[in-house]
Design a protein around this ligand. Sequence first.
Ligand code: 3PG
Ligand code: MG
Length: 400
Amino acid sequence: MTSVPTLEDLPDLDRRRVLLRADFNVPLRDGEIADDLRIRAALPTIEWLRGHGAHVVACTHLGRPKGKPDPRYSVEPVRRRLAELAPGVDLLDNLRFDPGEEADDPAFVSQLVDGFDAYVNDAFGASHRAHASIVGPPQFLPSAAGRLLAREVDVLLGLRTDPRRPFVAVLGGSKVSDKLSVVEALLGVADTLLIGGGMCFTFLAAQGNPIGASLFEDDMVGDCRRLLERHGAVSASGSASPGPERPAAGGSRSGEHVLVLPTDITALGPGGELMNPAAGGEVRQFGTRLPDGWIGVDIGPGTAADFGDRIVEARTVFWNGPMGVFEDPRFEAGTRALAQAMADAGGFTVVGGGDSAAAVAQFGLADAVDHVSTGGGASLELLEKGDLPGLAALRGEWQG
Ligand code: 3PG
Ligand code: MG
């Protein structure tokens, strides 16, 4: 695989027009930007380009407006923030207001590149999308990865190829089906994979635990069982469940990739509602067997402590996906403990984008983590496949 061109590989940019594809798909609350990380993350690239005399025109998608203009997804708040952080940089309309963006329509690509001398992709969070603004321009303009994209690739591919060991990965979030291929990829590279969040319940069910009314994906049970058998799952306290590859006491033998499930669960009782404490409903801790009607909403304190110990002892940690419903303060403890362990860890710590990045930001711990990725889906796809459509396009190897 040839390497991706960087800013230094571009021709002279003095008084040239550069099209910058950024991922300014920021969270909005009541029309205001709730977190401007993705805008600030593009500033080093913008400053470099302007320092070399270029006129920068940025473009981004925002939300999922389905190919037509929709005032709810106006980039105006982004334009205002960008004008404060990088005055003089223009911003095109939301790319997804045109159906040609998601369809990778050649006519839309021609329109985009018209009048530009070079193209820079700094939209890491969108580089897993084979959309017009991501894969199109490198076919027509001298092109390069911006600083953010280059750093993300460096960090995340480094986890695949050369992690310092032990390498502990942590996955949470609600669905196994969304993350099965990532689970498999991480089990190929990490020494230990800790699983929490809604997705742990299908694994616990596959082990024969009653899981009450917790999230459950019937059609994933077979896959979960196969993974548990192959990776000799240990419970958080270290005792092995039946399986062909039991790890030695105290952890895995080198070369083994072990899956670890929670040993205790915080659950919400019948009548309770998420995000609504006023509805009542008892909150209690259980082991791994939940009574009828109870919903598992977080990893329990024992599991949180055990996961935390493993993270603090690791030399490399990657975390994606919350451990529970952390938006509800009653059920944030597991995710908070994990974020705190990431911050305390002496090893190299990486948080995948999306909800887990939002969690470390919410707990004020983002600065204590070595790398918080700006991409959710993109970071998982890069870890899984080792490549993204946007990177292939920059290498001149994209085949649509
Ligand atoms: C993201 O926020 O995950 C990226 O900006 C990509 O957005 P998308 O999932 O709507 O393609
Ligand atoms: Mg550290």
